[in-house]
Design a protein around this ligand. Structure first.
Ligand code: NAG
Ligand code: NAG
Ligand code: NAG
Ligand code: NAG
Length: 436
């Protein structure tokens, strides 16, 4: 015996009694078509309704818990006056689905509740948070002839802009101590190539890491730059990916404990200089900070006591870097990349940047222009496209984002402050492999 109750529940998710006459059920006629009213439950005494059948028999009257009677059973078979269909509970709609008052749904990053506003109307009432992904930004960027294009990233969809700024970036405002970092000057008067790409020049740069929902860009960009430089400065002998997790779990300074809520780059560089890092195979990145993943190593240990496998038989010590230094102009940045490898840059990120798909990024001013955050990234080189100059930069949001995890951004315009705080470092490579 078919029963329409499941359909009724599906439609209104509320009381079956309401749905029985609800505005959702086509009012008929059913029993009224033939005027046939049966005394017993008979399969022939039924009519199709939606995806099921309804009945016109006295069983309906005897047992009122049956809700599979046709909507016009009472008026046709019992001669009861037709009851007006109540107008309340007009559903709210979202994505072709109906929702009744008090039901909620998530619309991007906001929870919305269907609220009855009068007998016949109901409307969504939504939280008003700014979402990370914004359709208007995508539409505006892609309909204008900008130098870049935008996309909707499903991994970011449903998150708030605040979540993005906290957990997809992670560089804390530059402190007085950070800004005191010594400057490195080359002032070389040379002709720079139109294009330079560390990935092609050395064929040994480290992969794109996905920092996950952990504000660890400071750690990920540092290990990216340091790993690349170990490989380059050892002529490929020390081709390793260093452990960002070690910076998150092991670095304990009073000013900065190492956290998914952000870090200071100078403190992290100084940790890599003083304590040294292990490689990522030995302590893999887990997108969690010290509260969830404790440091498994002793202070001042080496790769042997840490239980890690050194990259060459010549090495037992952890991978240490020299003091970090700031590059203060574009030529010095280019010279340093060409001669020693990728550098770290701190840029300012606004909402539109999260939508970058490809091209040469320049801030569009679509979307939120008040909230922003600092982001540490790895600059791999530069180039020119139809005279438009750009930097090639590795991001830390996985290879699905942007141009296989990389992005290009205008060069020579201090776009998004990317030329304002650029950091280089030398590595302590196992001496036998050191470049002459
Ligand atoms: C009404 O129908 C239900 C389901 O068939 C049954 O369990 C219940 O005993 C019936 N009640 C009466 C009063 O007949
Ligand atoms: C963006 O992606 C989300 C999740 O994949 C999807 O629900 C949403 O409809 C998309 N928006 C646009 C404008 O494509
Ligand atoms: C780059 O490195 C990979 C693996 O390390 C090697 O297979 C490939 O031949 C190298 N390519 C060049 C151009 O050196
Ligand atoms: C880049 O812009 C920022 C702020 O807009 C400024 O503080 C910084 O000095 C600029 N850097 C360069 C190299 O122009």
């Amino acid at each position: 015996m078919a029963n329409i109750l499941p359909i009724l529940l599906f439609l209104c998710c509320g009381s079956a009694a309401l749905a029985y006459r609800g505005p959702d059920l086509p009012p008929g006629p059913y029993c009224g078509i033939t005027g046939q009213c049966c005394t017993k439950r008979q399969d022939g005494c039924s009519h199709r309704i939606l995806d099921s059948v309804c009945y016109c028999d006295q069983f309906c009257k005897q047992n009122r818990t049956h809700d599979d009677c046709c909507p016009d059973y009472e008026t046709v078979c019992l001669n009861e006056p037709a009851q007006p269909i109540p107008l309340q509970n007009t559903p709210c709609k979202y994505n072709n689905k109906r929702y009744f008052p008090d039901e909620t749904t998530k619309q991007n990053c906001n929870t919305c509740t269907c609220v009855a506003e009068s007998e016949s109307t109901s409307n969504w009432q939504c939280e008003q948070k700014t979402c990370l992904m914004d359709e208007e930004i995508i539409e505006n960027v892609n309909s204008r002839r900008l130098s870049w294009r935008a996309a909707n990233y499903s991994e970011f969809y449903g998150k708030t802009l605040e979540d993005g700024l906290t957990y997809k970036l992670g560089t804390l405002p530059l402190s007085v101590e950070t800004k005191r970092m010594g400057a490195i000057r080359y002032d070389k008067d040379i002709d720079y190539p139109r294009e330079f790409d560390a990935r092609r020049r050395w064929n040994s740069t480290s992969p794109i890491i996905d920092q996950g929902w952990c504000g660890s860009d400071w750690a990920v960009s540092i290990v990216g730059v340091a790993s690349d430089r170990f490989a380059i400065q050892s002529n490929g002998a020390e081709k390793i990916t260093l452990s960002a997790q070690m910076l998150l779990s092991c670095k304990r300074f009073r000013r900065d404990k190492g956290s998914c809520k952000g870090g200071h780059i100078d403190i992290a560089w100084n940790y890599a200089k003083a304590e040294g890092l292990v490689d990522d195979k030995c302590f893999p990145y887990q997108a969690k900070d010290v509260r969830q993943v404790r440091c498994p190593f002793k202070r001042n240990g080496d790769l042997i006591s840490d239980g890690c496998t050194p990259s060459t038989p010549l090495r037992t010590s952890r991978y240490k870097v020299g003091p970090p230094g700031r590059l203060k102009n574009i030529e010095d940045i280019m010279y340093d990349i060409m001669t020693s490898g990728p550098v770290q840059a701190v840029m300012t990120v606004h909402q539109d940047f999260f939508h970058y798909r490809d091209g040469i990024y320049r801030r569009s001013r679509y979307g939120d222009n008040y909230l922003m955050g600092l982001h540490s990234v790895r600059v791999m080189g530069w180039g020119e496209e139809r005279g438009d100059k750009y930097w090639i930069v590795a991001n830390s949001w996985g290879t699905n984002w942007g141009e296989n995890g990389f992005f290009r951004i205008a060069r020579g315009e201090n776009e998004s402050d990317i030329e304002s705080f650029v950091v280089t470092v030398l590595t302590e490579v196992a001496s036998a492999y050191q470049k002459k």
